[in-house]
Design a protein around this ligand. Structure first.
Ligand SMILES: [Zn+2]
Length: 272
């Protein structure tokens, strides 16, 4: 009986928890609100960076830091056009000194990082780095962290069978904080990945970065050996050949944005 009640609760929660992607309109499972995912991500970001900062592994190369900050600032300026309310996000980007790791992420609320391995191992150009960061920003704009946290929560709910009610926000948040830390390491769904690819290449083109770089980036990514560990871009972003084809087809549509005349706006990114 208890079990039946719990599954009923779960079913109701799942039914009411569907949301629409704010950028593409795709239906998403949303047990966790975007607001919750942002506050959980803020916590996870600080926790993740603190020990690295202590070891002097964050923003240690001023030239690279300046380069990544400029690329990211131009992309954020374009992101605000898709979702103007994200101007109030506390956007950040940190460069993590780890030449073996080919990875980058953008958590809910615009908390980003890129590993030096992404730059060094791929010998990445500005245009290619803009594709990486554009793709990651697209995940954040599309609330993919909240979606993955929701999936993680739904799974843990199904396993432990505890009831998720509105009277127990602390239960939800405790799970959410853990899920936020895990979310950036879990692969996105194929639908989320396509969304991020399509939005990412457009963000980059509008910010003045060559869309052809989306293809060369994935080509380099595919031939790079990368890290053997699980926390690696390719482990969470499979099948580069297929997405290269899709991206290649998008290039003609992107060229007018890239070739548009005029200076591109730069978002005043906080760097402290
Ligand atoms: Zn992705």
């Amino acid at each position: 009986m208890l079990l039946r009640n719990l599954s009923y609760v779960l079913l109701v929660v799942l039914l009411v928890a569907c949301a629409t992607n704010p950028v593409t309109g795709r239906k998403q499972l949303m047990l966790v609100s975007e607001k919750q995912s942002i506050s959980a991500s803020r916590e996870a970001y600080v926790k993740m960076l603190a020990p690295l900062e202590e070891d002097g592994k964050v923003d240690s190369d001023p030239e690279l830091t300046e380069r990544i900050n400029l690329i990211t600032s131009k992309l954020i300026a374009q992101a605000l056009i898709y979702r103007p309310e994200t101007e109030n996000w506390d956007w950040r980007v940190k460069i993590i000194d780890d030449p073996e790791t080919i990875n980058a992420f953008c958590m809910a609320g615009g908390k980003m990082a890129i590993y030096t391995g992404m730059v060094q191992k791929l010998d990445a150009t500005d245009d290619e780095l803009a594709q990486v960061m554009g793709h990651e920003i697209a995940h954040a704009l599309s609330a993919h962290t909240a979606e993955r946290m929701s999936i993680a929560l739904a799974t843990s709910l199904a396993v432990t069978g505890f009831a998720l009610t509105r009277d127990q926000p602390e239960v939800v948040l405790a799970g959410a904080s853990l899920a936020a830390a895990l979310a950036i390491q879990l692969p996105n769904s194929r639908a989320s990945e396509s969304e991020a690819d399509v939005i990412g290449i457009e963000l980059a083109a509008r910010a003045g970065y060559n869309p052809n770089a989306a293809v060369t980036l994935w080509k380099k990514m595919a031939s790079a050996t990368g890290n053997e560990g699980s926390f690696d871009f390719l482990s969470s972003h499979p099948a580069p050949s297929k997405r290269m084809e899709t991206l290649r087809k998008l290039i003609p549509k992107m060229m007018p944005y890239y070739e548009a005349k005029g200076e591109r706006p730069v978002y005043p990114l906080k760097t402290d």
